[in-house]
Design a protein around this ligand. Sequence first.
Ligand SMILES: N[C@@H](CCC(=O)N[C@@H](CS)C(=O)NCC(=O)O)C(=O)O
Length: 166
Amino acid sequence: MAGEKVKLLGYWASPFTLKVHWALKIKGIEYDYQEEDLPNKSPLLLQYNPVHKKIPVLVHNGKPFAESLVILEYIEETWKQNTLLPEDPYERAKSRFWAKFVDDKCVPGIFGTFSKVGEEQQKIAKEARENLKILEGELGKTVFWRYENRLHGCCISLDHLLGSDC
Ligand SMILES: N[C@@H](CCC(=O)N[C@@H](CS)C(=O)NCC(=O)O)C(=O)O
């Protein structure tokens, strides 16, 4: 839609930001990007996401949206081209289930593996591997949000990086 202003506030290494980048690109939406310095958040981020104070935030014609999965739903409903979700309601529900599984179970485990040390790190790395295996088992069975296929690629690469011997 002509004259629209779309802006994404994010952070380069954030998987939550990446999926919004991918969704916008799949839809062919032009947007500005503002990289955030997370220890020193911009006034815009604090203004637009006062509840969680986290990226990503999408701003569309001055209206802010926070929480990556909420942002994806908004993108899907606003720009109808190049759909992100399958047509069938059952398949759509499954896509949403696995998207939440990635956010709740895989991403924290992967982050924890790199930020924790010692026994705590071993424990969280084991959980991360187990959850990545579950996710890997789903590949080919579920039609995911289209961006998720790319995220799965990253997760599986990380699984190999972490080692698969435990
Ligand atoms: N549930 C949120 C998670 C977003 C999130 O955890 N963002 C992190 C970066 S990956 C953040 O902004 N951290 C800054 C902070 O916690 O102060 C979403 O899906 O958007």
